[in-house]
Design a protein around this ligand. Sequence first.
Ligand SMILES: [Fe+2]
Length: 327
Amino acid sequence: MSGMTPRESLATQGFAGPFPRFASPEVIAELAAFFADLLERQPEQPLYGRYSVRDWHLVNETLRQVMTAPELVSTLAETTGADSLVLWRTKLFEKFPGDGAIDWHQEYGYFDGEEVGGHRPALFPLNHSGQWDWTLWMALTDVSEDDGVMEFVKGSQQAQYPKRMVRLSESGAYVDPRNRVRTKEELLSRAANNSLILDIDTRRVFEGVDADKYTLEELFDQLETHCEDLLAVVTEPFELEPGATRTVPMKAGEYIIFTERCMHRSRASLPTAKPRLAINGRYTLGDTWVYPQRTTRDTVDGSNLDISKHRCVPVHGTRLNPDNAYL
Ligand SMILES: [Fe+2]
């Protein structure tokens, strides 16, 4: 990154890195194996009472150690300039061979779940004028240009791009389950445990349906009908000048830091590519109020998860919002 410090790069381009791996190859491989197994078995995430790829750092000690490691935290503090930080969310991002792109999007910083039609802010910053949240994206497998590499529009964090509502299945975050599910049994069990489409509640889709009477294709059609009314937000198409974007291939264990206000996407994966795994950590200023709706009786967030057992993990500084729940 031609002479720029990470802090300058984050401020001007919207992203910084890749930063070198600090965890041992064994630890990164352990995490990759943990998540590969999770995707395979789809166990209940104990905090949420259902399958989810979110917040396993509150369950898995190794993951928590990596996402709060001194090397990582000092890079984060140095790059963002934040005087205090909490880790409030982690999420696995997997890309299987043949998976499409997660299309261009930016997120202003409230994380209300609008990509799946939600409207519940997860973060309530005390100071709205500056930046209050950052994402750290760490590769758990090597990431080349062909298997779901991250791509950024340089400097795009300065502008809010026009968006519109579309059907969920047309949204950029939608991952078509037809590329993931091979049998009727798998379709029914994944619908029942909500592991089929993003964070959409699919438990009742096949209720009372006699699966023996239908082919897998017909069952997929029923699912599609169920999802027809669900809306999600997408970014309007926009023009790109040559050289306006940058892709960030990485080795396992390397990571980048970016603001979600910077327009970004993960590219499609070639059918011949290998599975790609990445973990992202979301960090916010220590004084941010996390999950304001926790204090109400309705503790379900914008992605349909009950966050009453969620905890923030302080990683840097001492200025912490007293209304948050901490680990
Ligand atoms: Fe994103």
